[in-house]
Design a protein around this ligand. Structure first.
Ligand SMILES: [Zn+2]
Length: 215
């Protein structure tokens, strides 16, 4: 199992546009496996390749989480839909719901999405596929496909709410950084104590030698 670190906002790699997959080889299989393992460790419902730092147009969705019976099951888990180079056509009608994201710690965001989606994509072997789906899987597909264009749900929220959420996350990340710095200082201090203790232990031996010389 390979867990890959999930990038968090405001990491700039999350704002990049991902490249189309043109080679359907072992490296794509490895990428999908790593995304699958990471999704399971993080207990997520969906993940896009750029979230683990790979700028390729690949998404994974756990269909069970959206009450959708998957018609294109992934070999390791029938609930997982793997879509390579997904392209969405969306209906006019909209729905509003709350979203969370593995790359956006702490906050939920109210986001408006299109109700129905028609997705064309390729599977891991390059076969062309299509999927017509309604709410809520359509909303999840829009969230994951947004990642491929460097867009987070924070960018889809009303401006004021988005700024408030960003301030909250930023404050949380700063606290985490301070805590990490404090812990590092403690570790350094305790290693200095160890060095001093080692030196003290050596000192009596030197005195012993000096006494012997005087005799
Ligand atoms: Zn996300």
């Amino acid at each position: 199992m390979v867990y890959r670190n999930v990038l968090k906002w405001p990491n700039e790699l999350l704002t990049e546009i991902s490249h189309e997959v043109t080679t359907f080889d072992d490296s794509l299989q490895t990428l999908v496996n790593d995304m699958f393992d990471t999704l399971n460790v993080e207990l997520g419902a969906g993940i896009a390749a750029p979230q683990i730092g790979v700028q390729k147009r690949v998404i994974l969705l756990k269909c069970d989480s959206f009450d959708y019976e998957n018609c294109d099951p992934y070999e390791k888990d029938p609930s997982i839909l793997v879509a390579v180079n997904p392209v969405l056509e969306l209906s006019d009608e909209r729905r509003v719901w709350q979203e969370v994201c593995l790359s956006v710690p702490l906050v939920k965001g109210t986001v408006s999405r299109f109700r129905d989606a028609y997705m064309t994509y390729q599977d891991m072997h390059g076969n062309k596929k299509k999927l017509r789906t309604g709410w809520p899987l359509s909303g999840a597909l829009q969230h994951e496909c947004d990642h491929l264009d460097g867009i987070l749900f924070l960018d889809r929220m009303p401006r004021k709410e988005s700024l408030k959420a960003k301030r909250e996350i930023f404050g949380f990340l700063q606290k985490q950084a301070k805590l990490l710095k404090k812990n590092n200082k403690k570790e350094k201090a305790s290693s200095r104590c160890l060095q001093i203790k080692t030196k003290k232990n050596k000192t009596p031996k030197k005195f012993g030698k000096l006494k012997k010389k005087k005799k």
